[in-house]
Design a binder for this molecule. Structure first.
Ligand code: BDP
Length: 684
C-alpha cells in the first residue's frame, strides 16, 4: 500500500456498522426530471463508488423509492422527498447542504441535498466521510455551509515538470514543457480536493517563466482546457498564474505599462481568448515586482494600476485577479539597518486602499516574512477596509521540514485565523476578515501553496497528507479543532484502530512545536541553508541581500522592530497589538526575537534566560523525535508494512536533521555568548 488513495480509501466496513450502513445504502433515489450531468453526475458516481467499496455492492439508482430505507440525493427544491425534509434552508450558502435522516411511519431515508450541484457533491463526500469513520448515520441532522467562498490551492509547478519548493516528486500537470495528456492522475487529484471542499486551483508557478507564459495562448489553451474540464466535473475552477510582462514576452509589444492603451487591449483580447477555451475560467494569479519578477514599478505605476488593468480585462467574464502582496526589496544591503523586509507589504499596499477594482483580491501571506515556523500575523491583513483580501498559507513544508520531518501545520494556521487584529475593535479576527465579515468584501477567502507531486503517495511523507486534508477541512470550517481534523484524517487514512489513531493524532498535534524547538528560536526565523531551506545554517542568510537577519553577537540576538529604537514595524498593528509587541515585558516569548534585540541573559516569561531556553528547547526537540520514533515502532503490524517502513525511515532522517540543528544551534550560541548550559549537557 503506497498511499495513493490518501484519505479516500473506503475500506470494507465490518462489524455493527456494516449492517446499519447496508440498510440505507442499497438504493439511491434521484428526483425525476432533473438531468444527471456535470457535477451532479460526479456526486452520484462518487457516492456509488464509495459505497461499493465499503459495502461490497453499489446502490441501485432509482427515481421512486422501492425499499423501506434509502438515500435521497439532489438539489434543494428539486423533489418532494428532499423538500419535505429540508425545512428552513435560507441560511445555507450556494455551496451549503443538509444531511438529514428522515423517519416516517413505514419508511426512512437519508437526504443528502444541497443548494447547487456542487453542494450535493460536498454532501455526498460528507456522508462517505461519516461512513468511513464508522459514525452512525441513523439520526443525521446536519446543515453545513463553507465559511470562505474562495477555497483555493496554488501550485508552483513549472512546465519542465519541476515543482518550485516541491518535496514529493514532479508535477502532475506538466513534463518536458508539455501539458501531460494523461488526465487520470489529475482526476484523482480533483477528487481528493473536492472531498475536502477546494473550489479553485491555480495550476502553475507564480514565478512564470517563458514556457508558462504560453499557457494563455492558443498553443497551450486546448490542453489547459482539458484540465479545466476535469476540475469542472468536481466543482473546481481553474486559475492561471500570468507573467505581468506578457505583452513583451509573447505579445510583440515593447512595454507592459498598465496605462498604455495597447497593453490594455492586448490583455482584453487575451482574456477573451482564454474564456473562449475555458468558459468558467477562474482568473489570473500575479506575482509582480517581487523577487525579480516584472511589474508596474518599471513604468512608474503602482500596484493598483497593474492589478486594475488585468481586472478590467477579466471583468466581462466574471474573472478575478489574485494579486500577491509578497513585494519587498530582495536586493537590500545588509549593512543598512533602515530597511526592514517585514514592513514591506504594508508599506506598499496600505496606501492603495480603495483603489483596486472589485474583482481584484489581494493575496497576503500569513506572516510578514515568508512562511517561517513562527511569525507574527501580517499586519496588512484587515488593514484595508475597501480592498478585497485573501489569506495565503503554505501547505508545502518549505521552511518546516520539507516533508522529510513531520510538521502538522493546522495548529499554526488556526493560530493565524484566531488572531485578533482589532481593526474594527475586538473580535476582528483574521478568520472573520477572510470570510468578509469584518469588511464587506466582494470576494475573499483562503489559498495555500500545494504540497503534492507525482510521488505515489502525493506528498512524499505519508503523514504530510494530513496537512493537505487538514487545510481543506479547516478552511471549510475554521471552528474545527486541530485534534478533530487530525483524528478524522487518521481514521480515514490509517483505519479505525484506536492505538494507531491516538499515536498519529498526538504526534501530529505536537509536531509543529517539536520542529520549532529544534530550529530557529523565539520567532527569529531563518538560520536555514540558503536557497534550500532545509537544515541549519545559522549565518546562512545573515550577510545576504534578502532582508533576513538575526543580528546575533557576543551579547545578544534579535531584530529590534520597536518604534523607539528599531524599525517601527510594530506600529503597523492596531494599538492593542502594537503595544504588546512593542513592549519587551508584554511581547509573547515565542515572538520575542522577532520584535526585540535582547541580551542572552534576558529572562523570558517562562523564567529561563534566552540562552538557556535555546539550549533546553534544542535538547528537548531531539528527545521528542526520539520518543515518537519509539511510539511509531509500537505500530508495527497495525499499519500496512509499506507505510510503516516508509514513515520509520523518514523519522530516522528527521532525527538526523534535529540532531544537526541541536548541535549547531547550541554550539553557535555557546560560543557566541560564552554562557554554559545550566545542566552541563554536551555543547561542542
Ligand atoms: C518563497 C519561496 C520562493 C517563492 C516565493 C513566493 O522560497 O520559491 O517564489 O516565496 O512566494 O517562500 O513568491
Amino acid at each position: 500500500d503506497h498511499g495513493y488513495a490518501a484519505w479516500l480509501r473506503y475500506e470494507q466496513v465490518t462489524g455493527d456498522s456494516m449492517a446499519s450502513y447496508a440498510s440505507w445504502a442499497n438504493e439511491m433515489v434521484l428526483p425525476a426530471g432533473v438531468p444527471v450531468d456535470g457535477v451532479l453526475k460526479t456526486a452520484v458516481q462518487e457516492l456509488s463508488r464509495g459505497i461499493r467499496s465499503m459495502l461490497g455492492t453499489a446502490p441501485t439508482v432509482e427515481h421512486e423509492p422501492s425499499r423501506q430505507r434509502f438515500i435521497v440525493l439532489g438539489v434543494l427544491g428539486g423533489g418532494s422527498l428532499i423538500d419535505a425534509a429540508a425545512g428552513d434552508t435560507a441560511a445555507l450558502s450556494s455551496e451549503g447542504y443538509i444531511l438529514k435522516t428522515v423517519h416516517e411511519r413505514d419508511r426512512a431515508y437519508i437526504v443528502a441535498a444541497g443548494k447547487s450541484d456542487k453542494a450535493v457533491l460536498y454532501a455526498a463526500f460528507h456522508l462517505l466521510r461519516l461512513m468511513q469513520s464508522g459514525s452512525a448515520i441513523d439520526q443525521l441532522h446536519l446543515m453545513e455551509s463553507p465559511t470562505y467562498s474562495l477555497r483555493m490551492i496554488n501550485h508552483w509547478d513549472n512546465m519542465d515538470g519541476s515543482v518550485e519548493r516541491g518535496y514529493s516528486g514532479r508535477s502532475i500537470f506538466y513534463e518536458n514543457n508539455n501539458v501531460l495528456s494523461d488526465s487520470e492522475r489529475i482526476r484523482d487529484y480533483a477528487r481528493l480536493m473536492a472531498s475536502v471542499g477546494i473550489n479553485g486551483i491555480a495550476i502553475n508557478n507564480v514565478n512564470v517563466h517563458r514556457e508558462e507564459t504560453y499557457l494563455i495562448t492558443e498553443k497551450l489553451l486546448p490542453d489547459v482546457a482539458r484540465i479545466a474540464e476535469v476540475f469542472g466535473e468536481y466543482g473546481i475552477k481553474l486559475f492561471l498564474s500570468v507573467n505581468y510582462a506578457g505583452t513583451i514576452e509573447i505579445g510583440g509589444l515593447d512595454t507592459a505599462d498598465p496605462l498604455d492603451p495597447q497593453v490594455r487591449t492586448w490583455w482584453k483580447e487575451k482574456a477573451a481568448e482564454v474564456y473562449r477555451y475555458i468558459p468558467d475560467f477562474g482568473g489570473f494569479l500575479v506575482k509582480a515586482d517581487s523577487e525579480n519578477r516584472p511589474g508596474p514599478f518599471t513604468y512608474g505605476r503602482d500596484h493598483a494600476d497593474g492589478a486594475n488593468m488585468l481586472a478590467e480585462a477579466l471583468e466581462p467574464y466574471g474573472g478575478l485577479v489574485l494579486w500577491r502582496c509578497f513585494v519587498y526589496n530582495c536586493h537590500q544591503d545588509w549593512r543598512d539597518r533602515s530597511t526592514d523586509r517585514a514592513r514591506a507589504a504594508y508599506d506598499h499596499f496600505k496606501p492603495l486602499d480603495g483603489r483596486f477594482k472589485d474583482n481584484v483580491i489581494l493575496q497576503i501571506k500569513n506572516g510578514p516574512m515568508d512562511f517561517q515556523v513562527r511569525e507574527p500575523v501580517s499586519p496588512l491583513f484587515g488593514a484595508m477596509e475597501h480592498t478585497n483580501q485573501m489569506m495565503e498559507f503554505q501547505i508545502a513544508q518549505e521552511y518546516t521540514g520539507q516533508q522529510k520531518d513531520v510538521c502538522f501545520l493546522v495548529p499554526q494556521w488556526k493560530e493565524v485565523l484566531n488572531f485578533d487584529t482589532y481593526v474594527k475593535g475586538s473580535g476582528s479576527t483574521v478568520k472573520e476578515i477572510a470570510a468578509g465579515h469584518v469588511h464587506a468584501y466582494t470576494h475573499s477567502g483562503i489559498t495555500a501553496v500545494s504540497n503534492i507531486g507525482n510521488d505515489e503517495n502525493w506528498t512524499g511523507h505519508h503523514l504530510a497528507q494530513a496537512n493537505l486534508y487538514g487545510y481543506g477541512r479547516l478552511i471549510w470550517n475554521p471552528e474545527l479543532s486541530s485534534e478533530e481534523i487530525a483524528g478524522e484524517w487518521a481514521v480515514q487514512t490509517f483505519g479505525g484502530n484506536e492505538k494507531v489513531r491516538d499515536i498519529l493524532v498526538n504526534f501530529l498535534l505536537e509536531s509543529w512545536s517539536i520542529y520549532e524547538n529544534y530550529t530557529a528560536p523565539l520567532g527569529v526565523g531563518w538560520m536555514v541553508t540558503p536557497h534550500y531551506h532545509y537544515g541549519p545554517d545559522i549565518d546562512g542568510y545573515e550577510y545576504s541581500k534578502w532582508g533576513t537577519y538575526h543580528f546575533a553577537d557576543h551579547k545578544g540576538i534579535g531584530v529590534d522592530r520597536t518604534v523607539a529604537t528599531g524599525t517601527g514595524y510594530s506600529s503597523q498593528y492596531m494599538q492593542a497589538n502594537s503595544q504588546v509587541y512593542d513592549s519587551l515585558e508584554a511581547c509573547p516569548d515565542e515572538l520575542l526575537l522577532f520584535f526585540h534585540h535582547v541580551p542572552y541573559t534576558h529572562e523570558l516569561k517562562s523564567g529561563k534566560t534566552v540562552v538557556q531556553h535555546i539550549y533546553d528547547t534544542h535538547f528537548a526537540g531531539v528527545e521528542r523525535v526520539e520518543y515518537w520514533i519509539g511510539r511509531w515502532q509500537e505500530l508495527e503490524g497495525l499499519v500496512g508494512v509499506d507505510r510503516f517502513r516508509h514513515v520509520a525511515a523518514r523519522l530516522n532522517k528527521q532525527l538526523d536533521n534535529a540532531m544537526a540543528w541541536r548541535d549547531i544551534v547550541n554550539t553557535y550560541f555557546f560560543r557566541k555568548s560564552g554562557i554554559p548550559d545550566a545542566h552541563n549537557r554536551v555543547i561542542y
